[in-house]
Design a protein around this ligand. Structure first.
Ligand code: HEM
Length: 416
């Protein structure tokens, strides 16, 4: 894993990613060679801590909605919490990536929300069934029509938003040039830039990004930044719901930070959520949101005495890697303390890679952990959860993202 991931040569994704391309084009996740290099360089500053800090307000806002909407379920009766989590992370990524609010948590039936879920489903189905790979059969089996309808809705929404923001951006610039008082035309009460606005700025500063270039990147964030975090939040809730003692420690930590207050979380609070962070990391070990990655070996690679020839597809199964007994004794056990600084067993640097590693690692890693901490702390400040499915009965669906096959049925109880 280290030989492949640490290399600056084996950075091209394999052809397994081609079915996401109609939606994402060749944005950061799927692009190759020079295009990837220049985009990665351009986008890295957009994930600077100072920019992410500005998103805390968005994370808090939608987490609060998530907690409020769960209230009717906090009566100890069994319900599936997974859909509520995905709608919350969808609201968050829509506002941070595009600067738009569609309130998916209140309106899960909007065309855009439905298209995001439907296209994800179709891509997964196509990837797993080789007979659907050729376009002609994809069409004949009746999937292409629905797929293309989803694309029409998704791309239409992205282009409309880009055009509108470009227009706003130009108006703002004209005003600034004519020294008029700057008006707030961005989302929220004060100026907060979404990733899309940053791309428009880079474009104006000489990167010359077309609307299509911007659309690829914004759609990539929509895809990579929504299902991944939803799955990760879900697994932490599931595992803490199965381990009441660890959940109690999370409650204690949150009570020591927030007391009885309902105030939103700050970046200082996030730094103090040390035990919650261990739980998040251990959940991503057992259930990595991206369970498998694939690279195309572009020149012969050497691993010990073996040569992996150019043209080979290398699959990295993170799910399996994270269960190496030498690195993680009792690998199936949920032990958050594995990630505490005092834990005595040292691991190989490539033994734990939920966000991949090396030059093509996840650009959104810090964003994801901040988001997870805010959504989960909001949840555990308000609720105690009991998981009802035993680990041995748990069915996993490991495609692009590692999800529970049948949702996540839990019992919820108010803490206050
Ligand atoms: C818990 C949440 C997340 C996990 C576990 C995760 C994991 C990963 C992994 C494993 C990769 C490498 C994929 C591969 O090589 O095929 C990746 C790439 C990527 N992720 Fe994430 N991700 C998460 C959240 C996010 C978020 C929130 C964003 C954006 C806001 C994001 C944006 C990206 C992008 C753009 C890439 C492609 C990077 C490149 O190729 O240069 N991810 N992520």
């Amino acid at each position: 894993v280290e030989v492949i991931l640490s290399s600056s040569k084996h950075i091209d994704k394999s052809s397994d990613y081609r079915f996401i391309e109609p939606w994402l084009g060749t944005g950061l996740l799927t692009s190759k060679g020079k295009k990837w290099q220049s985009r990665r360089k351009m986008l890295t500053p957009a994930f600077h801590f100072k920019i992410l800090e500005d998103f805390i307000e968005v994370f808090n806002l939608h987490s609060s909605k998530f907690v409020t909407n769960l209230k009717p379920n906090a009566n100890g009766e069994l319900f599936n919490i997974f859909p509520s989590i995905t709608l919350c992370t969808l609201d968050i990524i829509l506002e941070t990536a595009m600067g738009t609010r569609i309130n998916a948590q209140d309106k899960p039936d909007s065309d855009y929300v439905k298209a995001v879920y439907k296209i994800g489903e179709i891509i997964q189905v196509r990837q797993c069934r080789p007979w659907l790979h050729p376009n002609i059969l994809f069409k004949l089996f009746g999937y292409a029509k629905e797929h293309d309808e989803c694309l029409r809705i998704l791309h239409g929404f992205s282009y409309d938003t880009i055009r509108q923001r470009r227009h706003e951006y130009e108006m703002k610039k004209q005003k600034e040039e004519s020294n008029e008082k700057e008006e707030d035309i961005f989302v929220g009460k004060r100026k907060r830039l979404a990733f899309l606005d940053l791309l428009l700025e880079y474009s104006e500063e000489g990167s010359n990004l077309t609307d299509e270039d911007i659309r690829e990147e914004v759609d990539t964030f929509m895809f990579e930044g929504h299902d991944t975090t939803a799955a990760a939040i879900n697994w932490t809730i599931y595992l803490l719901g199965s381990h009441p003692k660890f959940q109690e420690k999370v409650h204690e930590e949150l009570d020591s930070i927030f007391g009885d207050s309902d105030r939103p979380a700050t970046s200082g609070d996030l730094r103090d959520m040390k035990y919650l962070e261990c739980c998040i990391k251990e959940s991503l070990r057992l259930f990595p949101s991206v369970p498998i990655m694939a690279r195309e070996i572009t020149e012969d690679a050497h691993i010990d005495n073996y040569t992996i020839p150019k043209g080979t597809t290398a699959l990295i199964t993170t799910y399996r890697l994270h269960r190496d007994e030498k690195q993680f004794p009792d690998p199936e056990e949920f032990i958050p303390d594995r990630f505490s600084p005092d834990y005595p067993i040292k691991r190989h640097p490539y033994a734990y890679i939920p966000f991949s590693a090396g030059p093509r690692n996840c650009i959104g890693q810090k964003f994801a952990v901040m988001e997870e901490k805010i959504v989960l702390s909001s949840f555990f400040r308000n609720y105690r959860v009991e998981s009802t499915v035993k680990r041995e009965d748990l069915l996993l669906r490991g495609e692009l993202i590692l999800r529970p096959e049948d949702g996540n049925f839990v019992k919820l109880f108010p803490r206050k």
